[in-house]
Design a protein around this ligand. Structure first.
Ligand code: DQA
Length: 140
């Protein structure tokens, strides 16, 4: 099985950005551990700060048989009808993830435009949410 992890805006700063909320581990360290833990699984990674690039990436992988997608759309989670439409359009299952427990934070983070069209949602367990999402996808 093939997995694509897609990270949205500001998640390139993981480890540096607000470590009290998002932890101090870099995305490269997270990816290294995942690839070691799942040697039989191809784990592709894409990050962009641009909404349209995230959509292009979802479309690129979204029609590949055996592909699962883990998506942390960052703040676009709360605003992007375009990303929601894209998730609805593609065939691959998408797991929405958030490093922080968005429901314990500001009210404007409580609503997700994406959850309705995602296969499931995992949030609040720090960067371990990426591993938990892969576990869920592999069992589908
Ligand atoms: C986030 C939560 C979002 O509200 C925020 O805009 C992010 C990161 C998370 O992983 O906790 O950029 O998706």
């Amino acid at each position: 099985q093939n997995i694509t992890i897609i990270n949205g805006p500001n998640l390139n700063l993981l480890g540096v950005r607000e470590p009290e909320i998002y932890g101090s581990e870099s995305i490269n360290s997270v990816l290294d551990k995942l690839r070691q833990a799942y040697p039989g699984v191809t784990v592709d990674y894409f990050q962009s700060n641009h909404e349209g690039d995230l959509i292009d990436c979802l479309q690129k992988y979204g029609f590949e048989p055996g592909r699962g997608i883990v998506l942390n759309a960052g703040a676009y989670t709360h605003t992007s009808l375009a990303i929601a439409d894209c998730i609805a359009a593609i065939k691959a299952p998408v797991v929405e993830v958030h490093i922080s427990n968005v429901h314990a934070r500001e009210p404007f983070r409580h609503q997700s435009m994406l959850s309705r069209v995602c296969r499931g949602v995992i949030l609040g367990f720090g960067t371990d949410v990426y591993r938990l999402a892969i576990e869920a996808l592999l069992k589908l």
